[in-house]
Design a protein around this ligand. Structure first.
Ligand SMILES: CCCCCC/C=C\CCCCCCCC(=O)SCCNC(=O)CCNC(=O)[C@H](O)C(C)(C)COP(=O)(O)OP(=O)(O)OC[C@H]1O[C@@H](n2cnc3c(N)ncnc32)[C@H](O)[C@@H]1OP(=O)(O)O
Length: 342
């Protein structure tokens, strides 16, 4: 896994010069240039590794970028959120400071190979007065691994405005992180050795995201639940306010983690022998900060035919609906009693 340490905050324009009267976008961040070190990137006072490395694409030519990897899941295929986040970075570089991402639609067509970087080729599909559309192809070994369409919109005032209400849940300060929950399990003297090994592997997951489940999962005591879960989530490290394009790219990264698992919650008697996101769509509704806690409300309205559909809403802490997400994934399972071939 390659790790860049350049300051990625300058890679996406953060101008707010496209403001409409009455629409308050946060001002330019004064925190540019905060020092960081790749060795200590999990310290929350330091710049998020998502900004310094993962989303800091290298420009190779006009509308052509190269992205490197930070965290790779145990499946040894690239994390879908990383590819979507990087594709959105590439697309965002080709639109004006006045255009903000409002939606994206992606297909994961091939597994990403963690041994080589990913190239992002941007096609400027359309530039209109209000909307700009971009198509991005993520390429490895000469073949697309992801195709993504992203649309950008200038801020426009409207009297039409509504949203659902955020669920009432405990505040993040009153909940434990996934790591703290795992440590609680590991301290149980009667924990089976296989469970201990599995939990230690989860702990070793250096994913640059922090999660606080509202209803702590029973990592090794499987009980069927509704296909719904709520957790607080934020990027590790400091990102700062003012750069909405960058926060949308980080949200794309964050939104794919632990999302598809929602569809497996009613099936404790089955284990995934192969699961991967097939497509991913997002709609950005409002300003938000991904380095502050956001509530991810996930549900799966349907599963069948070895696939599962998940839908999610990312809420700002103050109850503003920030992002909506949808995804379908392939879910090939085996009975829990049958040993894994992995
Ligand atoms: C509360 C919070 C708790 C937090 C804890 C969370 C902990 C960890 C979370 C980690 C989560 C990270 C993961 C997030 C999701 C992702 O990132 S997924 C990655 C992104 N998506 C992808 O990479 C998908 C890319 N697309 C593809 O790979 C392909 O489109 C496809 C494989 C889906 C296409 O499928 P298919 O057409 O079937 O491909 P083939 O090449 O033909 O076959 C591939 C393998 O599947 C086997 N197969 C095919 N058909 C079947 C079938 N009918 N039944 C069973 N198996 C089948 C085929 O044999 C191949 O297998 P092998 O590779 O040969 O073993």
């Amino acid at each position: 896994m390659a790790d860049q340490t350049d300051d990625g905050t300058k890679t996406l324009d953060s101008s707010n010069s496209g403001e409409s009267p009455g629409v308050v976008f946060p001002p330019e961040s004064p925190e540019e240039g905060i020092p960081h070190s790749s060795a200590t990137h999990f310290n929350n006072d330091l710049k998020s590794v998502l900004v310094t490395s993962v989303l800091n694409l290298e420009a190779l030519d006009v509308d052509l970028y190269r992205g490197t990897h930070h965290w790779v899941p145990r499946t040894q295929r690239l994390f879908g959120g990383q590819i979507v986040g990087q594709a959105l970075v590439a697309a965002a570089k080709s639109v004006s400071d006045h255009h903000y991402a409002h939606s994206l639609h992606c297909y994961f067509v091939r597994a990403g190979d963690p041994k080589v970087p990913v190239l992002y080729q941007v096609e400027r599909t359309r530039d209109g007065r209000s909307f700009c559309v971009r198509s991005v192809k993520a390429i490895q070994h000469g073949q697309p691994i992801l195709i993504c369409q992203a649309s950008f919109h200038m801020l426009q005032e409207s009297p039409l405005q509504h949203q659902f209400t955020m669920p009432v849940v405990p505040q993040p300060e009153d909940l434990l992180t996934v790591e703290e929950l795992i440590h609680q399990y590991l301290s149980k003297p009667d924990l089976a050795e296989t469970a201990r090994q599995g939990l230690n592997k989860l702990l070793a997951n250096e994913v640059p995201i922090e999660i606080k489940p509202v209803n702590p999962p029973h990592f090794y005591r499987h009980t069927a639940t509704q296909p719904k879960q709520l957790f607080w989530v934020r990027a590790r490290g400091h990102i700062g306010e003012g750069n909405m394009k960058l926060h949308c790219c980080v949200a794309a990264y964050v939104s794919d983690y632990a999302f598809l698992g929602t569809a497996l919650l009613p099936y404790p008697n089955y284990r995934a022998k192969f699961s991967a996101s097939l497509d991913h769509a997002m709609w950005f509704h409002s300003t938000f900060r991904t380095d502050e806690w956001m509530l991810y409300e996930c549900e799966s309205p349907w599963a069948g035919g070895s696939r599962g559909l998940v839908q999610g809403r990312l809420w700002r802490r103050d109850g503003v609906l920030a992002v909506s997400c949808s995804q379908e994934g392939v879910l090939r399972v085996r009975p829990a009693t049958q040993p894994s071939k992995l």
